[in-house]
Design a protein around this ligand. Sequence first.
Ligand SMILES: NC(=O)c1ccc[n+]([C@@H]2O[C@H](COP(=O)([O-])OP(=O)(O)OC[C@H]3O[C@@H](n4cnc5c(N)ncnc54)[C@H](OP(=O)(O)O)[C@@H]3O)[C@@H](O)[C@H]2O)c1
Length: 303
Amino acid sequence: MSKHIAIITGASSGIGKAFLEEIANDRGVNGATPFDEIWAVARSEDKLIEIKTLLGDDRIVPVTADLSSTEDMTRLSERLASEKPQIGLLINCAGMGMKGLVEDHPAKTLEDTIDVNCTSLAKLTRICIPYMIVRDPSRTKDKRPRIINIASSAGFLPQPGFAAYAASKAFVISFSRALYYELKDHRIIVTAICPGPVKTDFQRKATGGAQADFTGIRKYVVADPVKLAKASIKASGKGRQILVYGFSQKALHVASKIIPTSWILTIEKKMMPVEKTASEVKEDKGISGTDESAKEVNTAGGI
Ligand SMILES: NC(=O)c1ccc[n+]([C@@H]2O[C@H](COP(=O)([O-])OP(=O)(O)OC[C@H]3O[C@@H](n4cnc5c(N)ncnc54)[C@H](OP(=O)(O)O)[C@@H]3O)[C@@H](O)[C@H]2O)c1
């Protein structure tokens, strides 16, 4: 019989790390079968090894891969083909975003955002599906294979100042919801997770190191990654298509459906004015760099 595995991308930090801890700690107490192996995917091998050591769980298999690299994706695909596991859980959590105006980003930043958040998520999912399909009508609901895709409430609306990221998360929501119906007959559950701001390293990276914490209205609604991971696993266990996490994000979700987008964006821009455009900052500083200026742009919408 083939081994039963879970794959978690973005497992070296933040939300993915919280997922890894939750899955490793689930030794069947919730009725789910414990996995034989948990493949923890990220670029930072040292961090993955450190987490494995910390959790003291031999089932964790660090898989060092840059998901935006075609070669690394091929390696992952070949490894699956050679080991032929049964994948019970795929959590697509790896992601990135850089704040700032599109005109100020190097084209490569936009490419990386789409590569990691959209292309790699879709490709890895496609690669994993054949190893998730099991024709066993006796399996109970909580043993059904599951895909959890980490989207964001940023995917509900376009977001000036974070345009590529918000668009990439709209892709994740749309892709996941369509896939839910495509895979229904295979009894595979696909759940899109839409949190607002979460306390991880994301904000620091997204601002090029300028802000470690969320500011403005977002600082009052920051979620805990462990609670988010627990709620996400529970939602997927219940077979839900989407989890909009937290009251504030649920309100934003409803608003995005009933209020014309242009009205929301106009109001948001007024409420959260761009303190200085990146170009103005550049002029003030007399610099031609792009990343420095991008940090000072205030953005609207979710994260
Ligand atoms: N934090 C928030 O406020 C928030 C809100 C909504 C949604 N999200 C989403 O949640 C997910 C996790 O973010 P986080 O908050 O936990 O941020 P984080 O702490 O920065 O974690 C990002 C993870 O993605 C991995 N990653 C990034 N680029 C990669 C690549 N090219 N190849 C492989 N792995 C890569 C990173 O690992 P390495 O650097 O080791 O490769 C890291 O493990 C993202 O999809 C993000 O968009 C975050």
